[in-house]
Design a protein around this ligand. Structure first.
Ligand code: KIV
Ligand code: ZN
Length: 514
């Protein structure tokens, strides 16, 4: 009988720690629903002690998502664990507290300023406390990749005795090579006397591009949980990518004979959703989910694929959710058809959200004859103009030409009041941004402006991502429209709406510079 590999998704925790990738609670809920439909075994929903927003997100995910286990992260500290316990409580039997402490000499000495004995004692106390608050406890030895193996064996044995049933071995700084890491996992399983009472897990970072290779080496040596993220998001160079691990297990079942519970046809829609929400584009040549992952350019390859797909394709695009059903809906399609297409794309819409999305769909269908899956995913992320937003775009007019100075006039509704401004700029997008920014404060520093054509053709929607910084807060906004200036304005407004103290500027004379 083949073995089972548990997929622990940490997109909402480690993934969210990628610079500029923070998500608001509604965005986290959408990702959590998609992960649940994808079939992950565990969703690490956040780090409850980090902020009230993080706590609320974990608590809501634990209340609303049924199926996967819901984990909350906690340092090996009493307050962290109590907060994580409270946050995952609504998940009942599916709640998990994931507690960690560093075990490498450099972390214990320089960061924790604790002796190895103190670290073991703290870990045991933490696991016992966590065990009293949640049905399942996972323990992580942070920086295990650079920890001494004898010490790792000692702490792992102690925390299993204290009640941890999942032991996670992170390569926190992405330093390991596959053979070293595989050996580490094998040694732990063989040397720790009570290792049979726990599932061994790994959590690999990608600093040297080895996160997936190291995870595979760990699986080959007995690990049966892998921590990973959609699109490989995560601290610095990211974590092992979920889609790569899962598709390796499936495509090379001849070598691994290990199953995951993932519905692989939902991989691409989930990847796109995460990319749109975080504003983190997917590189075109990214394995599995990149736009070119199944594109055959050279004549020899095209000829081979036409004769027999398997000449150059080791898996089918449909098996990972690339749609062959290119044109899906048009302006005569009804609400039920829209809802059912979203279900096929892995997105469940409740009635309230369906009304909003259907309205956007109709507006788009008026402008654009063919509505593709990519368009549907994009209107989902376009949150400009929804009712609870403080700033809404009412009107935008932009003009530019080869011999004219670009100019834009905008009308916004800011907390119920209408405001207008005009501005000139270096192009119509710049002019529109200046006009919008003249009406609100704070208006953030522009860190990223990215445009992507969602489908082919000159009537394609442009999808714009804007990243703004205000103090230590970084927010993303997305907007899409067949008019690129409108898409840009929507993206800027969506980002501004995420700045908590943003309000109408008191006096707004003509704006003259950003
Ligand atoms: O990279 C790491 O060590 C972590 C732990 C908290 C699991 O993210
Ligand atoms: Zn990590």
């Amino acid at each position: 009988m083949s073995d089972r590999l548990y997929i622990f998704d940490t997109t909402l925790r480690d993934g969210e720690q990628s610079p500029g990738c923070s998500m608001n609670i509604d965005e986290k809920m959408r990702v959590a629903h998609a992960l649940s439909a994808l079939g992950v075994d565990v969703i690490e929903a956040g780090f409850p002690i980090a902020s009230p927003g993080d706590f609320e997100a974990v608590h809501r995910i634990a209340s609303e998502i049924h199926g996967p286990k819901i984990a909350g992260l906690a340092r090996a500290a009493e307050r962290d664990i109590a907060r994580a316990g409270e946050a995952v409580k609504p998940a009942g039997d599916n709640g998990r507290i994931h507690t960690f402490i560093a075990t490498s000499p450099i972390h214990m000495e320089a960061k924790l300023r604790m002796t190895p004995d103190q670290v073991v004692e703290r870990a045991v106390v933490a696991v016992k406390q966590a065990r009293s608050l949640a049905p399942e406890v996972e323990f992580s030895a942070e920086d295990a990749g650079r920890s001494e193996i004898d010490f790792l064996c000692r702490i792992v044995e102690s925390v299993i005795t204290a009640g941890a049933r999942v032991i996670n071995i992170p390569d926190t700084v992405g330093y390991m090579t596959p053979d070293e890491f595989g050996w580490r996992i094998r040694s732990l399983i063989e040397r720790v006397p009570n290792s049979d009472q726990a599932i061994f897990s790994v959590h690999c970072h990608n600093d040297l591009g080895l996160a997936v290779a190291n995870s595979l080496a760990a699986i080959e040596n007995g690990a049966r949980q892998v921590e990973c993220t959609i699109n490989g998001l995560g601290e610095r160079a990211g974590n092992a990518s979920l889609e790569e691990i899962v598709m390796i297990m499936k495509t090379r079942s001849d070598r691994y004979d290990i199953n995951t519970g993932i519905d692989t046809t939902k991989i691409v829609p989930t990847s796109k959703l995460v990319s749109q929400i975080t504003g983190m584009p997917i590189q075109p040549n990214k394995a599995i989910v990149g736009a070119n992952a199944f594109a055959h350019e050279s004549g020899i390859h095209q000829d081979g694929v036409l004769k027999h797909k398997k000449t150059y394709e080791i898996m089918t695009p449909e098996s990972v959710g690339w749609s062959t059903n290119r044109m899906v809906l048009g302006k005569h399609s009804g609400r039920a058809a829209l809802k059912s297409r979203y279900v096929e794309l892995g997105v469940e819409l409740d009635d309230e959200r369906l009304i909003v999305v259907f309205e956007r769909f109709k507006k788009l269908a008026d402008k654009k004859k063919d509505i593709f899956d990519e368009d549907l995913m994009s209107i989902l992320s376009d949150d400009s103009g929804i009712d609870h937003e403080r700033v809404k775009l009412l009107n935008l007019h932009a003009a530019s030409g080869t011999n004219d100075t670009p100019v834009a006039a905008v009308e916004l509704e800011i907390e119920g009041q209408r405001h207008k401004a005009t501005a000139e700029g270096d192009g119509p997008v710049d002019a529109a941004f200046k006009a919008i920014k003249s009406l609100v404060e704070p208006n953030g520093k522009l860190l990223l402006y990215a445009v992507n054509a969602i489908t082919a053709g000159t009537d394609a929607q442009g999808e714009v991502t804007v990243r703004l910084q205000d103090g230590d807060r970084i927010v993303n906004g997305q907007g899409s429209d067949t008019d690129i200036v409108v898409a840009s304005a929507k993206a800027l407004i969506a980002a501004l709406n995420k700045l908590p103290n943003m309000h109408a500027r008191e006096v707004h004379a003509q704006y003259s510079g950003v």
